[in-house]
Write a protein that binds this ligand. Sequence first.
Ligand SMILES: [Zn+2]
Length: 444
Amino acid sequence: MIPAKTMAKCPWCGCTTWDLGDQRYNTDDSSVGHYKCTGCLTHAVFFAQGHANLFVISELAAELIWIELAVVPAWALEAERLEAARAELSAIHRLETNKAMGLPPDARGMAIPDDVRSEWTDRLASFRSSAAWQHPKGFERSPLPPQMPAGMKAFIRQPTGWEQVNPEDTANLPIPTHPIRTRHEALFGETFAAVKSALEIEFVPTELPSGYGPDPLNLVPWYSFFIGPVEFTVGPRKRVISISAKSPLPMNLIEIHELSERDEPTYERDGDDLAVLIHAWGREKLLEYLLAIGRAARVLRQPGRGPRSDMAFEVRGLVNWPTHLHDDGQGGMVVLAVVDAFVSPATPRKPWRHNPWSRAELIEPNHHGISLERMEPVLACVPLGTSDGCWWRGEPDPKKDCDESPYSPWQCTLEDLTHEGRQLVRTLQELYRRPVRLVTHIDT
Ligand SMILES: [Zn+2]
């Protein structure tokens, strides 16, 4: 049980203790935990970031979505501003201390003579515990969370104690982009623009969940895009950026191979030149490697599609349907652009109460062609096109028995969308700051 001096008092029963439920995530500078009032079992969410704490009486998953989309980026930016203000104060303090102690103005750390170092560090420690450093000018109070939904009950911890937040006071506060995400988008946005302009090509990157590690707030997504028939997957690892490319046709990898011998990064190339992976140290190498593999991809041409089938009735919408979709009279399919509410499957959330408005029932075939039914919370679900047919005769699968049906369910990829379809996917991505997933839903 957590005493009420850490949390706000239960607004319904006045209870002063809370039981800890599951922890949703915990990063270096922020955490979200679930709590239940020991008196009336009301559910609450405790959110901490930097020096700010928020306590939300929660009934719906909507509170968590609001915290992730609005409070986290606003307070992360605030925490960076606070750090900057403190760094400035520290620099002034160091100058004054060094002057008072007769030391060179920029002396610090091991440059301080042994006999006065303990006095020097004591002065620094007492400065850091002072109110001037803890709460610099402009940071006396915790910032209000932006655009709190009406009807939500939330409390914020101020130096004087917990205070209830009035939603009206937060209505006009802007929701900024998370600073980590801002830097991430700048790096990849500028790099992709440079690749497009140097190679004179167009492509629309779609976001993927980070392929490196848990990224519950989706701050450093990976990207997937096509140049010709070659699928690129690009995204940051801890200190390097991973670039991989997969092609249906052999690629000429001489240029990237030579760069790999020059720089000696992690590098893998399959024997048939259908796949390559390389790690880039920094943005210059990222661009250089993308251009080298991009040139190899650009010369390959997508094998042409055959004549269209007239067996099925299709609403083209934003989908370029493939040839020969077979209508067996049992049902059709719809292609959906889906924005998941929660990005990282590594941190599954168990809601304490179901939230019907944010759910869609999705059925999608897995890689064996078997339909899977899933219920997942979604933020958006946009139909892109429909067809009466859903089966197509793909490439023969050598692993399948000869007497098995040659037809398998068709699955739409970004490559199969019209130009407008890809633009819509990008717009959804920008709007929700989440990856957009294409789901080919077989409706039987
Ligand atoms: Zn209570």
